[in-house]
Write a protein that binds this ligand. Structure first.
Ligand SMILES: Cc1cc2nc3c(=O)[nH]c(=O)nc-3n(C[C@H](O)[C@H](O)[C@H](O)COP(=O)(O)OP(=O)(O)OC[C@H]3O[C@@H](n4cnc5c(N)ncnc54)[C@H](O)[C@@H]3O)c2cc1C
Length: 473
């Protein structure tokens, strides 16, 4: 029996690693990705300012998959009904038949056929895009950078560009353009307001209610007749489904199933959850959906092997414990009803990135990320207790909504990020064994998932938000 996982981003790697643990040995697991590495996409904007971060956020699949066969190939077509994928392997076409599959190919940037936009703008989906944006910034010193779209990626790209301009003396004017009447339009208003404040504080102009109609080498035209000059344009204005699915995000219900044994997971699908609500495309939801898909594949494999009665499929319901974005050297976090900025938000951002890396087995990279994100390059000068005290104080100070027990907030953020920071020894290396032991002490039995458990689980629980995926670690 063969199980295939197409794409090894957040969704695919989560599915694959679970199936490696759960499926009977006789089942062949194949992971297909056009890249040999997993990319921590939600940190990709950071590579615009810090090109060296590329290594930290790129995880070779062979390092984190132990049992699956990894195939580097482009999926060009999928036929879920027949259980067949068409692959492009170094220019040769091959078919891959499977019994069960998770389609985790992510999304592509949508340019909506707006004249000139695809031609003149750089999207941000891969590392080479970050490199292009960085060199465009240097080439455009003294000019205008325009970012189309003020969702998770657009906000964070604008923040990096402004910070790069400051640190390198590029004197760029950065503008983010958003069709909706506020930035971060898919998120709570309090979060969007805090994001706007951070953008304003960094001198980033936000044009809201501004619909891009076309672009050329000089800039963009807006539907209201205005023209914005742009020396370079970054487009983060929307996503579409992968070409292998005909360019559409495949609509799926809460069990994520298409056909009898194929599941569409993450950005590749337009998921409606068990309450009938559309699920936002995000790393956070991709990972949670993946847990459901892995569970369903496991059930179907066992049903077929044991000739059991029809397996009941698990379903996904969206319940987010919060969101965190970085804006240059600042950050905004919404955890439950609390919106905060400053160091605690930065710690949360680092913890989430590190949490993801550690949950996919890349524990050294997790440590590096905390190290780089929180700006503690000189570990010998790092005073753990003082830093802890400072962050706790700062957090309570910046929390805008009064949670029932604010002092408890320190624990999840700081246990996690600082457990790793604490292990950094002079010279910037990390004692991984010790970090794991620390993590294990906080969360016995689940060291690899400690960050994620803390940030998404413990904090979510603290504010009455629940974990819904019935996770069976
Ligand atoms: C700059 C930026 C910042 C972001 N910030 C956040 C954030 O703060 N929080 C958040 O929750 N989300 C954030 N996101 C969104 C988040 O990164 C995506 O929602 C998430 O990556 C979706 O996960 P996925 O597994 O569905 O797809 P991906 O992570 O995109 O993975 C898809 C995988 O499929 C592979 N693939 C694609 N096509 C093919 C093919 N044809 N053949 C073979 N392999 C293929 C790719 O190589 C990749 O490995 C951000 C995105 C960006 C770009």
């Amino acid at each position: 029996m063969r199980v295939a996982v197409f794409g090894a981003g957040y969704a695919g790697l989560t599915v694959a690693r679970r199936l490696e643990r759960w499926l009977p040995e006789a089942v062949d697991i194949v992971v297909v990705d056009e890249s040999p590495s997993h990319l921590v996409q939600h940190e990709l904007h950071r590579a615009i300012r810090y090109p060296d971060l590329a290594d930290t956020i790129t995880v070779p699949l062979e390092d984190v998959l132990t049992r699956a066969t990894v195939r580097q190939a482009r999926v060009t077509q999928l036929d879920p009904e027949a259980g067949v994928a068409t692959l492009d392997v170094d220019g040769e076409t091959e078919s891959l038949e499977y019994d069960f599959a998770a389609v985790c190919l992510g999304a592509e940037t949508a340019f909506y056929d707006l004249p000139g936009v695809e031609e003149h703008a750089t999207p941000l989906k891969r590392l080479n895009h970050a490199e292009t944006i960085r060199s465009d910034a240097f080439d455009s010193a003294g000019g205008n950078a325009v970012v189309g779209g003020a969702g998770l990626s657009g906000i964070q790209v604008a923040g990096e560009l402004a910070a790069l301009s400051d640190s390198e003396g590029l004197d760029l004017d950065v503008t983010v353009v958003e069709m909706a009447d506020r930035v971060a339009p898919s998120f709570d208003e309090s979060f969007a307001r805090a994001v706007r404040r951070e953008l304003d504080a960094r001198g980033i102009a936000a044009e809201t209610g501004a619909t891009v109609e076309r672009a050329d080498e000089d800039g963009i035209d807006l539907a209201d007749g205005r023209t914005l000059a742009a020396d370079f344009l970054v487009w983060t204005g929307g996503i579409r489904g992968p070409d292998a699915l005909g360019g559409e995000r495949r609509p799926v219900n809460a069990d994520l199933a298409v056909g009898d044994g194929t599941f569409v997971v993450g950005d590749a699908g337009a998921v409606t959850d068990e309450w009938g609500d559309p699920v936002p495309a995000s790393a956070q939801t991709a990972v949670r959906e993946a847990r459901i898909a892995a569970k369903n594949i496991d059930r179907l494999v066992r049903e077929r092997r044991d000739d059991d009665e029809h397996a009941r499929l698990a379903t996904y319901s969206f319940d987010s414990p919060g969101w965190v974005v970085s804006i240059g050297d600042g950050a905004v976090a919404q955890i439950g009803p609390v919106v905060c900025s400053g160091d605690p938000a930065k710690a949360a951002k680092a913890a989430i990135g590190a949490g993801h890396l550690s949950s996919v087995g890349a524990i050294e990279r997790a440590s590096e990320l905390v190290h780089e994100e929180l700006g503690w390059p000189d570990a010998s000068a790092f005073d753990f207790s003082a830093e802890l005290a400072r962050l706790v104080e700062r957090y309570e100070f910046t929390a805008q909504t009064d949670p029932a027990t604010p002092s408890e907030l320190e624990v999840p953020f700081l246990d996690t990020t600082l457990a790793f920071a604490e292990t950094m020894v002079p010279g910037g290396t990390v004692d991984v064994t010790r970090a794991t032991r620390l993590a294990d002490r906080s969360h016995p039995g689940s060291p690899a998932n400690v960050f994620e458990d803390l940030v998404f689980g413990a904090l979510g629980g603290m504010f009455g938000s629940k974990r819904t995926e019935n996770d069976e670690e």
